[in-house]
Design a protein around this ligand. Structure first.
Ligand code: UTP
Length: 295
């Protein structure tokens, strides 16, 4: 079965970025000149996804508008002979088919995914958290789809190696590596923020998933968990007891742009990687190193 749909939950309150997120959705904050969500959608499209499902909440309309056409702006740019810019803007509006569903109460990531049930139907689907950006040659969602398609469209959780002493910041997976694939595990369970001594592995789950339809029954069955929210982790653990669930160590550099530190890091890194902004950022860094006596 071809994996065609991706769910991108964007209904969270983004409290770590207040007051900016009082009016602007976190996902619309820019990394250089593109909003965070642009990178997530680009990843989905480059992974072969044909339909995107946003799980939204009130005040997030800017996200849907961003992926719509803006005829007035296009006409303005054309009139002013800014053709390249106009084509860029047009491309965003034509990137992919977008539908959305509201999460009326912010009851956690698990609840947000469950809100998309009707739109996903019986298909195996991808989940992309828009505040986790991953730079890689093969988009990370594509890497996970490939593993799922090799394994009867079963669920696959994207994982990355983290330093042992930081396991208490992440969901960590436990499982056994497959004989035929040194980067893929058959999962036993996921453990939320274990101390380094208790962590079964150093493989953390930063927000990339392929899930099959069985996840929805698990989401219905789980009680509220940590923070009084329906946790996707709890549903995945239940799924592990009923069905094969894989974890795959993806290739790529991940940025946690939902946190201030990760956001700043991504801004500098993305500016350095883009040939249009690299020189500017190099100059800024040199100048700051001097004036603040750094290094
Ligand atoms: P976060 O844990 O980053 O929460 O959610 P948040 O509200 O976005 O940000 P902070 O922690 O308050 O700063 C991870 C992802 O899950 C979505 C968020 O939009 C984000 O993409 N989410 C979270 C929902 O869609 N609904 C929820 O009820 C919770």
């Amino acid at each position: 079965m071809k994996i065609r749909k991706a769910v991108i939950p964007v209904a969270g309150k983004g409290t770590r970025f207040l007051p900016a997120t009082k009016q602007v959705p976190k996902e619309m904050l820019p990394i250089v000149n593109k909003p965070m969500i642009h990178y997530a959608v680009e990843e989905a499209v480059n992974s072969g996804i044909e339909e995107l499902i946003f799980v939204t909440s009130s005040g997030k309309e800017a996200i849907e508008n961003y992926f719509d056409r803006n005829q007035e702006l296009e006409a303005f740019l054309k009139k002013n002979n800014k053709i390249e810019m106009m084509e860029d803007i047009q491309r965003i509006g034509k990137m992919v088919e977008v539908v959305s569903v509201r999460q009326k109460e912010q009851l956690g990531l698990g609840h947000a995914i469950n809100c998309a049930r009707g739109l996903v139907g019986n298909e195996t689907f991808a989940v992309i958290l828009g505040d986790d950006l991953v730079l890689s040659d093969t988009p990370v969602t594509r890497q996970l789809i490939d593993v799922s398609e090799r394994n009867e469209a079963k669920s696959v959780i994207g994982v990355m190696e983290v330093p042992r002493e930081t396991t208490n910041k992440y969901g960590i997976v436990d499982g056994d590596f497959l004989k035929e694939d040194a980067k893929t595990l058959l999962m036993k369970q996921m453990v939320e923020k274990p101390s380094p001594e208790d962590a079964p592995t150093n493989l953390a789950t930063p927000g990339r998933y392929i899930l099959n339809k069985e996840i929805f029954d698990c989401l219905d069955e789980i009680p509220k968990g940590v923070g009084g929210e329906y946790q996707l982790t709890d549903a995945i653990n239940l799924l592990c007891s009923k069905d094969k669930v894989f974890a795959h160590i993806f290739t790529g550099d991940r940025f946690d742009t939902g946190s201030i530190a990760g956001y700043l890091n991504a801004t500098v890194e993305f500016a350095l990687r883009d040939k249009k902004t690299r020189k500017i950022m190099e100059e800024i860094i040199k100048e700051k190193m001097k004036s603040y006596n750094l290094g």
